[in-house]
Each structure stands twice: as structure tokens, then as C-alpha cells.
Design a protein around this ligand. Structure first.
Ligand SMILES: NC(=O)C1=CN([C@@H]2O[C@H](COP(=O)(O)OP(=O)(O)OC[C@H]3O[C@@H](n4cnc5c(N)ncnc54)[C@H](O)[C@@H]3O)[C@@H](O)[C@H]2O)C=CC1
Ligand SMILES: CCCCCC(=O)/C=C/[C@H]1[C@H](O)CC(=O)[C@@H]1CCCCCCC(=O)O
Length: 312
């Protein structure tokens, strides 16, 4: 079987092959008040014996997360993607590291609800259900922004609604966890790639809404988001060429590469932390190898009074 070089990720091998990157949880900044504590004292979930679906799991951050789940004794990981060569190569690498029958690749598009539902059906039939959905697939291609919106936003909505349907306690499921892969670009502007940035802001919105206690109390499905800073994966390849104008492309590239990109392994570690500890509706940044909780300010505190209007 052909093993594509570009999807090879050795970052999960122990010990780390290059410069060791340690994920530091910035605990001084994590808890701001007892009421708003983003984490739970007791472990909310362990990866052990869990069944996970990872969209876009054959490469980059998704692949690294699959490594961490399997290293932590997950029962089975279903990875998806649109490139079957990358999928086959990823399965080969994961089986070599973690043993046979631990991973399945399904080729398909997150924009396609039937494909997505097939993943949950497969997990039901083979393993009795799904515990974790990592909505990770995403593209940075403002040049074809309609498709970008569909993949980055529609894919997350389709996946989360299906997670509620198949994992929700109110639907006979066991509850579980959805982690959305947003981006630091979901929290601040990336003017060279504005549509990408808009889609990632939407993923934050999806997390705050689907992760709200209104849904958590009925479904038992936690919904959290991770916002990686620049990470060395294929998504950061050809940034310049894939934007709406060459000037915008140059600006996006400049901003994304202002600091050295972190390893996808660091993001995989951060996903494990969120899986174990994070409350539903919480947003987490992992940037420069540091994990931080993002406090969304109360809307009453972020606005300053200017003027009162009365209807004419
Ligand atoms: N690399 C970075 O600096 C950052 C990446 N992210 C996000 O991380 C996520 C994963 O990207 P990376 O691992 O960085 O890059 P990547 O390019 O290695 O991974 C993206 C994966 O999504 C898959 N994919 C693309 N379109 C798809 C579709 N329509 N349906 C199903 N799968 C599809 C690809 O086959 C690929 O495996 C993306 O959502 C990206 O926006 C967020 C912040 C920073
Ligand atoms: C694939 C697109 C990823 C976009 C990531 C991005 O825009 C990153 C930009 C950073 C750049 O590498 C250097 C920076 O300073 C940018 C991020 C700054 C965000 C501040 C983080 C806040 C915090 O640490 O809480």
C-alpha cells in the first residue's frame, strides 16, 4: 500500500522525535469564579473503552487526537476524510502503533448528512454506540468560500445534531461528548481569510448554543470547543494561494506564521484534557503549547451606556 509522506505524523511516537513540546495548562487563568468554573473536580469522562468518531481524522490534528485516544485505551476510533489514500495510510500507521481492529476509516464528506449518519449507525451496530464526536474536519480556502462555509459550519451542525440523536439520553443514548475544532481565528480577526474566520466564529457560536445547559440537561451530551493557534498541518499549506486575492493571502500567511507553529500532538493532548475535565459550553485555546480557558464576558459587562432612545 502507498504511504503518503504528507499524512505521516510521527508526533505521537514516544519519545517525541524532535523538540519536546509540553502542554502547560495555565491554571492561574483557568478558574475565574466558583460559579463560572470551566472544569469539574471529578473526571467527567475517561477515554478508556470509548468509541469515538473523528471527522478529518486521517491527518493533522485529527490523526494526532486518534493517537492520543488509542494510547489511552479507547475501544475504537472511526476516522473520516475525503481522501481514501490518506485514510488507508492513517489506518496502517495507527494499527502498527496500537494494534489491529482499533480503527476504521470511512471515506466521505461532512457536508453529506447521509454519510455522517452512516458513521453513527456503524458505531451502533459494531460497538453499541458512540461516546465521542470530534468535529474536526475543516478547510482554509476562502477562494471557494461557499464550500468552506458548508464544510466548516454545516459539517459541525450536522454532526452535533446527529450526536444528540444517537447519543442523547433523551433519545435512549448514554450521553457523551462533542468537541468542535474551532480556531484562535474563531476569537479574533484574520482579515486575510475573513470567511474562514467567520466560519470559526460560527463554530464558537455552535458550541455556546449546543453546549448550553438547556441542551446538556436533556441530552447528557457535553459540547465544548478547542481553538488551536497555528499548528503544523496541511491546513496551513498553500494559505496564500487559497484566499480571495493574492494580497489577502499574503496577509493571512503573515498572521498565521507570526510565531512558530505548534505540533498537532500538543492539540491532541489538549483534547484529552477537555475530554476528562471540561464542562459543557466551554471554549479552550491551545496556542504556543499552552492551554487556556476562554471566558466569554457577560453581555451586560462589555457594553458601555451611550444614550437612551424613545420611539417617535
Ligand atoms: N493547523 C492549524 O494551524 C489550525 C487548524 N485548525 C482546524 O483544525 C482542523 C483540522 O485541520 P488540520 O489538522 O490543521 O489540517 P488537515 O488538513 O491535516 O486536516 C483537515 C482534515 O479534514 C479533512 N476534510 C477536508 N474537507 C473535508 C470534508 N468535506 N469532509 C470530511 N473531511 C474533510 C481532510 O481530509 C483532512 O484530513 C480544521 O478544522 C482547522 O480549521 C484550527 C486552528 C489552527
Ligand atoms: C489555520 C488558521 C489558524 C489561525 C491561527 C491564527 O490566526 C494564529 C495567529 C497567531 C499568530 O501565530 C501569532 C499570534 O499572536 C496569533 C494569535 C494571537 C492570539 C492570542 C491568544 C490569546 C491567548 O493566548 O489567550
Amino acid at each position: 500500500m502507498m504511504v503518503k509522506k504528507k499524512s505521516e505524523d510521527t508526533s505521537c511516537k514516544d519519545p517525541a522525535p524532535q523538540k519536546k513540546q509540553t502542554l502547560v495548562a495555565d491554571s492561574s487563568k483557568v478558574t475565574t469564579s466558583a460559579q463560572a468554573s470551566p472544569t469539574c473536580q471529578k473526571e467527567l469522562m475517561s477515554p478508556k473503552c470509548k468509541v469515538a468518531i473523528i471527522t478529518g481524522g486521517a491527518t493533522g490534528i485529527g490523526f494526532s487526537t486518534a493517537c492520543h485516544l488509542l494510547k489511552n485505551c479507547a475501544r475504537h476510533v472511526i476516522i473520516t476524510g475525503i481522501d481514501s489514500g490518506e485514510g488507508e495510510s492513517a489506518v496502517e500507521q495507527l494499527e502498527e502503533r496500537y494494534g489491529d481492529n482499533k480503527v476504521t476509516f470511512v471515506c466521505g464528506d461532512v457536508k453529506n448528512p447521509a454519510h455522517f449518519e452512516g458513521l453513527f449507525e456503524m458505531a451502533c451496530e459494531a460497538f453499541g454506540g458512540t461516546d465521542i464526536l470530534f468535529n474536526n474536519a475543516g478547510i482554509l480556502q476562502d477562494k471557494s468560500w461557499g464550500n468552506e462555509v458548508d464544510v466548516n459550519v454545516k459539517g459541525v451542525i450536522i454532526g452535533t445534531l446527529l450526536a444528540f440523536k444517537y447519543m442523547g439520553k433523551d433519545k435512549g443514548g448514554k450521553g457523551g461528548l462533542v468537541i468542535n475544532n474551532a480556531s484562535i481565528a474563531g476569537l479574533h480577526p484574520l482579515p486575510g481569510a475573513p470567511v474562514y474566520c467567520i466560519t470559526k466564529h460560527a463554530v464558537i457560536g455552535a458550541t455556546l448554543n449546543f453546549g448550553h445547559k438547556f441542551h446538556y440537561q436533556t441530552t447528557g451530551v457535553r459540547v465544548c470547543a478547542i481553538c488551536p493557534g497555528s499548528t503544523s498541518t496541511d491546513v496551513t499549506e498553500n494559505v496564500c494561494e487559497n484566499q480571495l486575492t493574492p494580497e489577502w493571502g499574503k496577509e493571512a500567511e503573515r498572521q498565521i506564521f507570526l510565531k512558530p507553529a505548534q505540533s498537532p500532538d500538543v492539540v491532541g493532548k489538549a483534547v484529552m484534557y477537555i475530554l476528562r475535565q471540561a464542562r459543557s459550553g466551554t471554549i479552550w485555546v491551545v496556542h504556543n503549547n499552552i492551554l487556556k480557558f476562554v471566558e466569554i464576558p457577560n453581555r451586560h459587562k462589555i457594553s458601555t451606556f451611550v444614550k437612551e432612545f424613545t420611539a417617535c
